[in-house]
Design a protein around this ligand. Structure first.
Ligand code: ADP
Ligand code: MG
Ligand code: MG
Length: 874
């Protein structure tokens, strides 16, 4: 049997997305549900892939298959393709597997030619409408299929409008439109060197090819890269009979969401335009009306639409994004898909739908992309400063968030400014897919035109980026690079602030504050906790970070880096004195100064964490990191410490290392200078003791970095920790503590069974482990890793997502060996990977007990932990 490349809408269903594309599969599903969908058929993604194999031409049998389906549609609706009396017209719509808003272009009214337009006028009794459709078709076909710039046509349209005194497109008469059609055809002929194609089949084949080709245009490629969509999926082409929203006052077109995509509120949300076709609503040429207005103008249609929206939502069990057209009072549904939404809305909707009994908690949890939570965790504007700020204008609150930055008026200028290190707000009349790069790197997006479903709004919500759209009081002049609000002019580089939650635009920069997380978020995260197995801790070195992390649900500190404490101003001098000491006595004297300060640090952190575990890592970095490098600073240091400058210089030279990452650091420091760790352990114990006396329990875990050999750990334990602990015990001040080690040197993973005999817990330091397993210097790999990814040598930077194939094996070995000698060994991760959802899935799989990540990633890690646990049970 020969392969089938074309499917009627009646033959497909929603689960056939990879073959029919998202749009095609859903059109088929809606057709089968009995909704009023204009008949049509889908040319498959497999045809697109074969098109590329066939050197980008349509092969004969495909053309035959298409013709058969055209006949079928003709029979269904009683119109004929290329008929001079009652012509059948088509829309040609691209449809990839994943929806890519605005990335691929649609051609409407295909099938019109000089004769059919007369037939259309006659059969509808509406000549104006017929020529309006024809001029749209010529422009779209030329632009999408033949790459003739749209602007050539727009300027003719504007000229004619001006000449006849028409304000809107709808003011043009049939005669005006005929004139426009003639001129449009001339533009085509001039640009292409051939007359505008009159054979509808030719038109259809050319349009189909154009859709296939658009799969590979640069905008589509950029979008795919941004969303990690593979390049080899291909797009389907949907060929669908036209319905007309531009037939007068009882016709129209619109887009709507079954719930509010910005807040999640359970209410129809959208826009429509009377007497309009296709892209008019999103193009921002005329300002659309709010969807509830439809209830006033055409109550029956409104009610039908509301019913359809509810029906589809129940059917798909998710919020829907719908496109519709009304032709002479009859409602047609042209598209549905799961709607893009802000994270806030996504959580509200998920929680509501669980309460409505539509989905389960587990389904709710699987629906939220863990990384998207960062949208909620990031700061809002400080209320007080906000009140005092000068309002420039108010637009639509298109995508929430708070952003300040310098304004730039093109994608290119924005990109260049960001490269210079500036924060940027991209300002456009209306964005288009060409602006995508600028939108990606900007802090926020401001447009003066377009509605809640305009390109800017949709794309910004998808990216989780702050956007104020349709701020129509400001005049944006992209050529002059200025923005006018009233009589004030803002130039390129001026600083403004956007509040995407209210739509207000402010002059200057505004301070930001941390968000409050309550309501649905709390309920949702409660479910997350019920369904996860991994414990989520945080990396925190200060009580402040610890507090933030606790508010985000951290269950302990998995990594408290003591070196960050060393750097603080009130002690760095003592630390330097300690490092520059010429002998042990001098060093001990300096350590005596540091000890009480360090005790205070631990006291405050233990107190903040009240009863939750705190893993303290003893000093890790090489000592020279604490000494300044410039001569000037060194002279100052000599003065402050009352030491001889040359003397200091000598020590600095001694400390210098060729390869510090592999040098004198971690537990190696303790082997040479045990007194440093002794001071730290004493500080920890004293802090814990003081809290104990105050009735607060400190759960202390002491972690030794960079161990590669069991005897290193033995040494630190017996010569340092146990020795100090015994002093406390003599005074019967026993402080319970665990001793464990980081597993970050590959040798430690390989000998984990031996090491586990001395270690009560392992914390995988996956940053160093990745560095040492690949032999990639963490500090230098940035220079070449991006090329590795671009050239497909590595799928991602292994410092972002754990390399399961290599580093992962070391982890598995360490887990197995560690458990073989200590079955209850506690296992965790404290590298950057502890906050990365993909890596967390792996950590869950290999049976770790906890992950630790930076405070702002804690909720993300919690959600990822719950999702990986649910996935592992599937
Ligand atoms: P996009 O993926 O960019 O939304 P679509 O293929 O959905 O592109 O087409 C855009 C718009 O064109 C639709 O929202 C609809 O208004 C109009 N359109 C598409 N097909 C038809 C049709 N068969 N009849 C009338 N209008 C159509
Ligand atoms: Mg669409
Ligand atoms: Mg390390």
């Amino acid at each position: 049997m020969t392969k089938k490349y074309v499917y009627d809408f009646r033959e497909g269903n929603k689960d056939m997305k990879s073959l029919l594309g998202g749009k095609g599969a859903n059109l088929a599903e809606m057709t089968c549900l009995g909704l009023r969908v204009p008949p049509g058929f889908t040319v498959t993604t497999e045809a697109c892939n074969r098109f590329y194999d066939e050197e980008e031409v349509l092969w004969d049998s495909l053309k035959e298959e298409i013709k058969t389906h055209i006949h079928d549609i003709e029979n269904q609706i009683g119109k004929k393709f290329s008929d001079e009396n009652n012509p059948l017209l088509f829309s040609v719509r691209s449809g990839a597997v994943f929806s890519m808003p605005g990335m691929m272009d649609t051609i409407l009214n295909l099938g019109l030619n000089d004769k059919a337009v007369i037939g259309l006028a006659r059969s509808t009794g509406n000549e104006r409408f017929a020529y309006d459709s024809y001029r749209r078709f010529i422009q779209m076909f030329s632009d999408v299929a033949m790459e003739v710039p749209k602007s050539f046509f727009d300027s003719v349209l504007e000229e004619v409008k001006e000449k006849v005194g028409a304000e809107k497109d709808t003011d043009l008469s049939a005669e005006d439109l005929k004139l426009i059609v003639d001129q449009f055809k001339k533009i085509y002929e001039r640009e292409i060197g051939e007359a505008f194609p009159q054979d509808p089949l030719d038109q259809l084949y050319l349009a189909t090819q154009a859709v296939f080709k658009s799969w590979n245009n640069s905008r589509a490629r950029i979008y795919r890269r941004l969303h990690e969509i593979p390049d080899n999926l291909g797009t389907a082409v949907n060929i669908q009979s036209m319905v007309f929203g531009n037939m007068g006052d009882t016709s129209g077109t619109g887009v709507a969401f079954s719930r509010n995509p910005a807040t999640g509120e359970n209410e129809l949300f959208g826009e429509f335009l009377v007497d309009a076709q296709g892209e008019d609503v999103v193009a921002g040429i005329r300002t659309p009306e709010e969807i509830h207005e439809l209830n006033r103008i055409m109550p029956d249609v409104y009610k039908q639409f509301l019913d359809t929206s509810e029906k589809l939502e129940k059917h798909y069990k998710d919020m829907q994004d719908l496109e519709f057209t009304i032709e002479n009072g009859i409602l047609y549904i042209l598209q549905t898909r799961n709607g893009k939404r802000t994270t806030q809305a996504a959580i509200n909707i998920a929680v509501d739908m669980v309460n409505e009994g539509l989905i389960t908690k587990e389904e709710a949890i699987m629906r939220i992309e863990p990384n998207s939570l960062s949208q909620l965790l990031h700061p809002n504007f400080d209320e007080k400063e906000l009140k005092e700020s000068e309002v420039i204008t108010k637009g639509l609150a298109a995508s929430p968030g708070a952003a300040s930055g310098r304004i730039y008026f093109s994608s290119k200028d924005s990109v260049e400014a960001v490269e210079r290190g500036e924060k940027v707000i991209i300002v456009r009349q209306e964005t288009s897919p060409e602006d995508i790069e600028g939108m990606i790197i900007a802090e926020g997006i401001l447009t003066s035109r377009g509605g809640m479903t305009s390109h800017a709004a949709v794309v910004a919500r998808g990216m989780g980026k702050c956007c104020v759209a349709g701020a129509n009081e400001v005049r944006v002049d992209e050529a002059q690079k200025i923005m006018k609000a009233g009589n004030k002019v803002y130039k390129e580089g001026d600083v403004i602030s956007l509040d995407g939650t209210t739509g207000y635009v402010y002059n200057g920069e505004i301070k930001k504050v941390d968000p409050e997380l309550a309501g649905s978020f709390e309920i949702f995260m409660g479910w997350v906790n019920e369904l996860k197995r991994l414990e989520v801790r945080t990396n925190a070195d200060t009580p402040r970070d610890a507090k933030v992390a606790l508010a985000f649900g951290a269950e302990g500190i998995g990594l408290c880096r003591t070196e960050h404490m060393f750097f603080q101003e009130d002690r760095i001098l003592a630390v330097r004195e300690m490092i520059l000491a010429k002998n042990i006595n001098q060093r001990l004297k300096a350590l005596e100064k540091i000890q009480p300060i360090q005790k205070d640090d631990f006291y405050n952190i233990f107190k903040t964490m009240a009863g939750k575990p705190v893993t303290v890592r003893l000093l890790d970095p090489p000592l020279h990191e604490f000494i300044p490098s410039s001569e000037e600073d060194l002279r100052k240091l000599a003065e402050d410490l009352n030491m001889d400058f040359n003397n200091i210089l000598d020590t600095v030279k001694e400390l210098r290392e060729v390869n510090p990452m592999l040098g004198h650091r971690g537990c190696r420091l303790a082997i040479t200078y045990p007194e440093i760790y002794r001071m730290q352990v004493r500080a920890i114990m004293e802090a814990a003791l003081q809290l104990k006396e105050e009735g607060v329990e400190a759960v202390v875990e002491i972690m030794i970095p960079l161990v590669g050999e069991k005897k290193e750990l033995e040494f630190v334990k017996s010569e340092i920790v146990d020795e100090i602990a015994s002093v406390f015990e003599e005074n019967s001040d026993r402080i319970d503590h665990k001793i464990g080690t980081m597993i970050e040197v590959p040798r430690a993973a390989l000998l984990a069974d031996h090491i586990a005999e001395e270690a009560e817990f392992f914390s995988f330091g996956t940053n160093d482990m990745t560095q040492m397993t690949f032999g990639f210097s963490r500090d230098d790999a940035g220079k070449f890793l991006s090329e590795y990814v671009e050239k497909n040598i590595l799928p991602k930077s292994p410092f972002e997502t754990l390399d399961k194939d290599g580093v992962g094996i070391l982890l598995e070995i360490a887990v197995e060996k560690g458990k073989s000698t200590r079955s209850d060994i506690h296992l965790g991760v404290c590298g950057e990977h502890g906050g990365d959802p993909d890596s967390i899935e792996f950590f869950n799989k290999i049976g770790l007990d906890y992950v630790s990540c930076s405070p702002f990633r804690v909720p993300i890690a919690r959600l990822a932990a719950a999702q990986s646990n649910l996935k592992s049970k599937e």
